[in-house]
Design a protein around this ligand. Structure first.
Ligand code: FSO
Ligand code: SF4
Length: 542
């Protein structure tokens, strides 16, 4: 088989095996090779910083952020810009070499590449397939993908002034361990589970950062129609970018709408004061080709998921943070700096208002604080049998047709079941009008994928209220849709919390070797999905 690249980190990987000719996501072989090299040099940097910590030498915020942002850049659909990725590789190499000198570390830790050609050539020796044993490869990659997700969440917490030396130190020492050939499969399995522990920690850190800065999410009806003003569409997960955009657009006559994973921003009290923060336009990330087209105004992508833009609207796409695409204007600004969005605002003023594609409202804001405020009502509903089961359907949406399963599954649920959701997976069923049970909506949206943390807090609280020993004794089942690497850290976090029998779809990760999949099945009851009818029977009985 022709092989120009190898990547199997996301659910849409070619043939459920691996993208080898070009990425299904649009990633080209050169980009894939540069990303492999960025991951490799970041592992080398992490080896250096771990040795520094061992010697009691402090690692700077700048270096900690270089590690997490490098990994974030390699997440599916974040960055397709070869020049930007290559610059990061060179900067990382420079830091490795200078830290080795400054810290008096062994010179064998240094890196040297003569030129771009050598970097690209060497990438084949350090990519995924450079680990020959398929089980070790599987465990290493599962850990690396978990760390990528952790990096994304850490970056958002950093943007709001929160950081954690424990998380940075764990992230870097663990990344370095994926280069260590002496580690056994058992040791790597334990490391994957420990990654889940830090996954909980990073989501908690981000939850604290978000709620400290913007208040606790509350029940909110979000408008999905449009107004007749020029407007900017903001997508991705970065609430700090949204805050800066809302401040800078205030009083300019330009409206702001959210797309995809930015929808939950509407649930935060701090953003409700902006009268030009109009609503949510469209659906999940994969619908952006048509929805960015009809939006008419400029679009700001703060994180993945970016679909390579069509020429017809490419000049309206702006990127920032970890996102990049050659030919799209990148708005600079490091953590703590004020970003200048004036060019986007001026651009919006020259363009027509969005074309309406929907009207009405959707409801959300059921993060832990809001749900716990309703706890009495919910507990009563469970006790009286009005609610029989909660179904966690968090995770991601995606373009594959097989994901229609989730819409059909939501429709087929028994009427006494309530969906708990977070992440862009919700777009498969958040406009179905599934109704409510005694005033409790049957789709409770906690927020972004990182707000899966809220779902865990809710589950732990219910366990306490019902006086249960085991989280798995709750009337909660898990039917999770995954797509990219943030879902991997969420999954590892749930496993760390002791959640069993999670079903993952629409397909199991290609990066799970048969033996690693067996370990997950035997120890955690991880399963796939089949079809709606059989799965409803499996989860709910007849
Ligand atoms: Fe979705 Fe994309 Fe949030 Fe992901 S927009 S798929 S798991 O980036 O991060 O849920
Ligand atoms: Fe393929 Fe997914 Fe990797 Fe893109 S991110 S190259 S679709 S496996």
């Amino acid at each position: 088989m022709e092989r120009n690249m190898f990547c199997y980190q996301c659910q849409e990987t070619a043939g459920c095996k691996g993208c080898t000719v070009s990425g299904v996501c649009g990633k080209k072989p050169l980009t894939a090779k540069l990303q492999d090299m960025l991951v490799y040099t970041t592992k080398c940097l992490s080896k250096v910083t771990t040795s520094m910590r061992d010697k009691g030498i402090e690692v700077s915020d700048y270096i900690n952020r270089m590690v997490s942002e490098n990994l974030f850049v390699t997440i599916t659909n974040a960055n397709f810009d070869d020049e930007a990725i290559k610059n990061r590789v060179y900067k990382t190499i420079d830091e490795v070499n200078s830290l080795v000198d400054k810290s008096g570390l062994d010179a064998s830790l240094k890196l040297s590449f003569a030129n771009d050609d050598e970097i690209i050539e060497e990438s084949g020796k350090v990519g995924v397939l450079s680990t020959e044993n398929e089980d070790i490869r599987s465990l290493r990659e599962m850990i690396i993908y978990g760390l990528k997700g952790m990096s994304a969440y850490l970056k958002h917490a950093n943007a709001l002034g929160k950081d954690s030396e424990d998380i940075n130190a764990f992230l870097q020492s663990t990344l370095a361990k994926t280069l260590d050939d002496s580690l056994s499969g058992d040791e790597l399995t334990a490391l994957a589970l420990e990654t889940g522990k830090f996954g909980v920690a990073v989501m908690e850190l981000l939850d604290t950062a978000n709620t400290t800065a913007y208040g606790n999410p509350e029940i909110t009806k979000v408008n999905i129609g449009v107004r007749n003003n020029p407007a900017i569409l903001i997508s991705g997960h970065d609430l700090k970018d949204l805050e800066m955009l809302l401040e800078q657009t205030e009083g300019t006559g330009v409206d702001v709408y959210t797309h995809s994973e930015m929808l939950p921003a509407h649930y935060y009290p701090a953003f409700k004061k902006y009268s030009h923060f109009v609503g949510n336009y469209g659906n999940a990330w994969w619908k952006q080709k048509e929805e960015f087209e009809s939006f008419n105004g400029p679009i700001l992508l703060t994180t993945n998921c970016l679909v390579p833009p069509a020429e017809s609207y490419k000049d309206r796409v702006y990127t920032t943070g970890a996102v990049g695409f050659a030919g799209c204007k990148h708005i600079e600004g490091k953590v703590g700096e004020k970003k200048d969005f004036s060019e986007i605002i001026e651009h919006a003023k020259r363009l027509p208002a969005p074309t309406e594609i929907e009207t009405g409202e959707i409801i959300g804001g059921f993060a832990h604080n809001q749900v716990l405020a309703l706890a009495d009502k919910i507990v009563d509903a469970v006790k009286t049998g009005a609610i029989k089961k909660f179904v966690v359907m968090a995770g991601c949406d995606g373009r594959s047709k097989s994901r229609d399963y989730y819409t059909e599954f939501a429709k087929a649920l028994p009427k006494d079941a309530v969906i708990l959701t977070a992440g862009c997976a919700k777009y498969k069923y958040n406009k179905l009008d599934l109704g409510d049970i005694g005033g409790i909506p049957r789709v409770l949206d906690a927020g972004q994928c990182n707000d899966s943390y809220s779902l865990a807090v809710i589950a732990l609280k219910l366990k306490e209220v019902f006086g249960l020993e085991d989280i798995n004794d709750l009337p909660i089942v898990y039917n999770i849709a995954w797509y990219e690497q943030k879902a991997v850290i969420v999954l590892l976090a749930l496993l760390h919390l002791g959640v069993k029998n999670i079903h993952l779809g629409p397909t199991l990760p290609a990066f799970l070797s048969p033996n690693v999949a067996k370990v997950l099945v035997e120890n955690f009851g991880i399963g796939g999905i089949t079809n709606v009818e059989d799965d409803i029977k499996m989860f709910f009985g007849n």
